[in-house]
Ligand binder design. Structure first.
Ligand code: NAD
Ligand code: IPM
Ligand code: MN
Length: 378
């Protein structure tokens, strides 16, 4: 029996609900394919923060590093200032473990009503490859009530430390906010390579870069140039299409089944992946992996959905599909395949009452998990 030690951080809101179903399904897949999971739970989120005044202790990072992967629900709570938990836990994990790829695949399933009409016989099968450590997520910024700013900053990343000083003022004095975006050559190179390798693995020859050099020329002009350079030098047999992110959103909605590998800087990737989720029928269906050379972390695309937490309305399929990505990552590809097949069969055959509430059915979160488990068989 193969054994895997997996860290699990359920978090807030619907996080624990959907993560519980993902754990249940992983165990069923293990039963069928001969592996066992030892879950190592972490209690971080709004409750822990309020009780201990701490978001994520360093000791937890060390414990997590001993595990093969991390399964995360979501963090964030309306009673806590935006960013405290999201930056303090989620983004800290992404940066600490240098999870430089945020992989967000989206597949449409037969029998699910979509907000768009697809050409006969076509499915949506696109994937956002989102850079996950740079861009406007550097966390460098400040506000000034006087309109004058003089502040030092230092940001540590695995590849480099970025430090400096911001000196700025408005004339006449005007309260202001500044936030810096940054991209580096190696940061762009590694995500570009990942996107091209993925396209090749999918049997495709095109990567579409979502950019915006026309309005934000320093940041995204650099992105275009560096991406083009890597594409020409290392993937001469393949095509890099550069599209402005606004036009990309438009094309995605008009022709979603034409989309393949979509390469995005961090902020656009966040937005485009929610759009992609809407196109396949629901945010609760969208899965993701934060992948790096060290500990990788798997989590659905959605957040803590405080509006439906505790009601059973949460769709756990995105969390379950994220767990499948995790199994693939740790070398349990057959288990991952069984979960994907089980979801496909379930969504194709289940009567309306057994489908997730989010997709117009009558099944609460735990019933959806049960149905997937049943379709995995033993
Ligand atoms: P959200 O993704 O939580 O919710 C957006 C909408 O989608 C809501 O109407 C919600 O009910 C619905 N929804 C989301 N997941 C669903 C599911 N599995 N099944 C059915 N419906 C679902 O986004 P938000 O409202 O902007 O954020 C809520 C909180 O979550 C905030 O604190 C935010 O910062 C945080 N957040 C965390 C993560 C994360 O930890 N990965 C991601 C996004 C947002
Ligand atoms: C996501 C989330 C996070 C992000 C937030 C909670 C910081 O929206 O994972 O998509 O912007 O990356
Ligand atoms: Mn998001």
């Amino acid at each position: 029996m193969r054994k895997h030690s997996i860290a699990v951080l359920p978090g807030d809101g619907i996080g624990p609900e959907v993560t519980g179903e993902a754990q249940k399904v992983v165990e069923a897949a293990g039963g069928r394919h001969g592996f066992e999971v030892e879950w190592v739970p972490f209690p971080f989120g709004a409750g822990y923060w309020k009780k201990h005044g701490e978001t994520l202790p360093d000791s937890a990072l060390e414990e997590m590093a001993q595990c093969k992967a991390l399964l995360l629900g979501a963090v964030g709570d309306p009673s806590v200032k935006p960013g405290v938990l999201e930056r303090g836990i989620l983004l800290r994990l992404r940066f600490h473990f240098d999870q430089y790829i945020n992989l967000r695949p989206a597949r449409s399933y037969p029998g699910i009503e979509l907000p768009v009409r697809l050409p006969e016989g076509k499915r949506i099968d696109s994937v956002v490859v989102r850079e996950n450590t740079e861009d406007f997520y550097m966390g460098v910024g400040m506000t000034s009530a006087s309109g004058e700013v003089e502040e030092a900053f230092e940001v540590r990343r695995e590849l480099y430390t970025l430090s400096g000083r911001v000196l700025a003022r408005t004339e006449p004095d005007e309260p202001l906010a500044l936030q810096m975006g940054a991209l580096t050559r190696r940061g762009v190179e590694r995500v570009t390579r990942y996107a091209f390798e993925l396209a090749r693995k999918r049997g495709e020859n095109t990567v579409t870069l979502s950019s915006k050099a026309n309005a934000v020329p320093f940041l995204y002009g650099f992105l275009d140039e560096e991406t083009k350079r890597v594409a020409a030098a290392e993937y001469p047999d393949m095509t890099l299409k550069v599209q402005n992110v606004d036009a990309m959103c438009y094309t995605l909605v008009c022709r979603p089944s034409d989309a393949g590998v979509i390469l995005c800087p961090n902020l656009f990737g966040d937005i485009v992946s929610d759009l992609q989720a809407a196109l396949i029928g629901g945010l609760g269906l969208a899965a993701g992996g934060n992948i790096g050379d060290g500990l990788s972390m798997f989590e659905p695309v959605h957040g803590t959905a405080p509006d439906i937490a505790g009601t059973g309305k949460a769709n756990p399929l995105g969390a379950i599909l994220s767990a499948a990505l995790m199994l693939e990552h740790i070398g349990e590809a057959e288990g991952a395949g069984s979960i994907q097949d089980a979801i496909e069969t379930y969504l194709e055959r289940a009567p309306i009452v057994d489908r997730p509430l989010e997709l117009g059915g009558g099944a609460v979160c735990s019933k959806v998990g049960d149905s997937v488990v049943r379709n995995i068989g033993v």
